[in-house]
Design a protein around this ligand. Sequence first.
Ligand code: PMV
Length: 327
Amino acid sequence: MTSTAVAHPNIALVKYWGKRDDALILPDTGSLSLTLDVFPTTTRVTVDPALAADEIVFDGAVATGSPAARITAFLDLVRAQAGTAARARVETRNSVPTGAGLASSASGFAALAVAAADAYGLDLGERDLSRLARRGSGSACRSIIGGTAIWHAGTDDATSYAEHIAGPDLGMVIAVVDAAAKAVSSREAMRRTRDTSPYADAWVQAAEADLALMQRAFAACDLTAIGELTESNALRMHAAIMGCRPPIRYLAPQSIGLFDAAARLRAAGLEAYATADAGPNVVFVCRAADVGAVRDALTVDDAAGMPADRLIAAQAGPGAHLVEAAA
Ligand code: PMV
């Protein structure tokens, strides 16, 4: 039984940062994102009862240690649902720089959820696939959904899932400040925020309020409100993270400079707003039709210091889907 799935990363406009249940990956708060049409992950899963252990190949190299253990733990969830102990061969190709805060875990676990569910013979709808992907990496539940998605925090495994949310047509421009893997994983940093940041509770309250405001801004297709909330929400998340002890700081000097660049674009009449995940890269949110103009404006903004080949234009992309179904 072989199935292959493709999934794309998503970038949150209201961030997920913090779990109330580490085992089930139930978030403290809901979040809202755009799934992109760039940097796909392609994952092929072959169920093979002859295998003694799962075989995991990541970008052509056999995976070991904790990345492999995470995938096996995820497959165990699928096996439990399918009622089988059969092991699998997993081959994944990422075109996202892994671990650089460009959401490779989101596209990775969304693609794995869709391919593994099919290869193991589970017939899951979008909601159940989203719940399953969430168990691999929280933000992966949103990459099951195409375009804009809201992840309902929920109160248990059944009620914590992502679904489509209607709003304006958005696009993004990704500024790759540094494609190297981040020093502290988001998993560890979330834990440290909860355990040591004096701003952790304030973040949770603010994120809840931001999500309610963002839902209103989406319903009104109000790009200005969406953008202002996006930028503020990201900075609030980073403030809570910087409050950790020992501190964690994901934003590089150039990342901060790119938030200033967004302000310069707006002052010149081009609406663009900056956000950043758990890494130094900055993502600009704008109207879908403005993506080319935002990229061009950033290319000629000398203070931003971004060469054209590190500015990636993206539009809304599809949800995770099969490209090869089990026979
Ligand atoms: O799903 P994780 O554990 O990789 O966490 C992702 C957290 C952020 O990317 C920083 C925010 C988000 O909502 O995607």
